[in-house]
Design a protein around this ligand. Sequence first.
Ligand SMILES: NC(=O)c1ccc[n+]([C@@H]2O[C@H](COP(=O)([O-])OP(=O)(O)OC[C@H]3O[C@@H](n4cnc5c(N)ncnc54)[C@H](O)[C@@H]3O)[C@@H](O)[C@H]2O)c1
Length: 435
Amino acid sequence: MSEERRRLGVAMIGYAFMGRAHSQAWRVAPRFFDLPMTPEMTVLVGRDGARAAAAAARLGWADAETDWRRVLERDDVGLVDICSPGSTHAEIAVAALEAGKHVLVEKPMANTLAEAEAMAAAARAAAPSGVRAMVGFSYRRVPAVALARQLVADGRLGTIRQVRAQYLQDWLADPDAPLSWRLDKEQAGSGALGDIGAHIVDLAQFITGQRVVGVSAMLDTFVHERPVAESSDGLHGTAGTERGPVTVDDAASFLARLSGGAPAVFEATRFAWGRKNAMRIEVTGSLGAVAFDFEDMNVLQYFDAVDEDLTAGFRRIVVTEPVHPYVGAWWPAGHGLGYEHAFTHQVVDLVGALAAGEQPTPSFEDGLAVQRVLDAVERSAAASSVFTQVRADDDAGTPAGSTAARAAAGSVSGSATAGGTAVGSGDAAEPDLTQ
Ligand SMILES: NC(=O)c1ccc[n+]([C@@H]2O[C@H](COP(=O)([O-])OP(=O)(O)OC[C@H]3O[C@@H](n4cnc5c(N)ncnc54)[C@H](O)[C@@H]3O)[C@@H](O)[C@H]2O)c1
């Protein structure tokens, strides 16, 4: 048992954008943080043998494999880290949990609500055996974001009155930017909505400790056909001569109601010229406000309404002091952190929870809660923006753990409900703020 706790063999599926970010995190986390278990980069999975082997060597993985099913049979693998497109998430995650492997899956958790329900049911069924599942909403681990949540949880903002959240990028604003899997509904589930809108829904819920309970939404597609990509790297690719259809939204805009009653405004677009990765959230309460913009990610703006008028204003907190979340393990104050550090912190929190026998967050219930908001946005947009309730546990069209939901995840064998605990993320349920 002690040997088991000492090491954690990891299998990672996919080795491109997120595969590189996660590899860096698995490599670096045990070198900067004192982890209670030692992660081992056991095997990387890719579909092409030669490319997977080259990626494994480059990124620091001991072995490479071409079929994810084979890594589930390995005794030296304790956790499966899914960094492939959304269309693969449910099938791999459910099979991994049924094989007794912990799972970290990239966001959005799934491409459909039925898939997310099947995944949450599989996680519930696996939990009594100590098998855990987590979703990679990495922005929760940016120190300034974690500080924002801390200020809200400490009551510094008072009652939450309004939330405004935006995720703005511009990599699709050029109509000749090529098609990739992110523009194909079959592979991505949705467009800006699931890709970046999911992040701001999760952040709003994370920072406020409340759930989104209803939405009025619009989804727009501005460019309906693009050149097919001949090759791709990260978000960008090289256009070929053939053209193909865009089958997802380019922009998602929605008003929302939070479980505590506050209104919220969300906007996700990949057409906002000049905005590269402007993930912004501003939360206004009765006693103050916090504002964050990822393009200035080491800073949290904080307004304290108790300040005298003469000097009142947003305080620009440079979140690089040892007292700030995660920061003590890194550099002297003012020597900022970057995009990749959030993934390292994700590994730190995940490994810490596994070693303690606790549920890491965001759990599959948290991922399912976000998926239910995405589903409500799609239903509202399809009904001329009519205000639409986010589904609760007992009114989902496809009950969690049902054969239909499991079929949606590509797995209909085994029991998904055995030993399951009560679902903790109903619409009005407040997530636990004591992470
Ligand atoms: N947390 C974040 O901020 C963040 C950022 C970007 C992407 N993501 C998410 O990460 C996931 C992957 O996105 P990405 O940007 O890394 O995509 P990507 O296109 O850069 O890489 C996808 C990888 O998956 C592999 N792959 C595809 N199908 C596979 C299969 N059936 N079996 C094995 N490997 C397969 C591809 O070969 C590639 O290596 C998506 O869910 C995406 O939404 C999260």
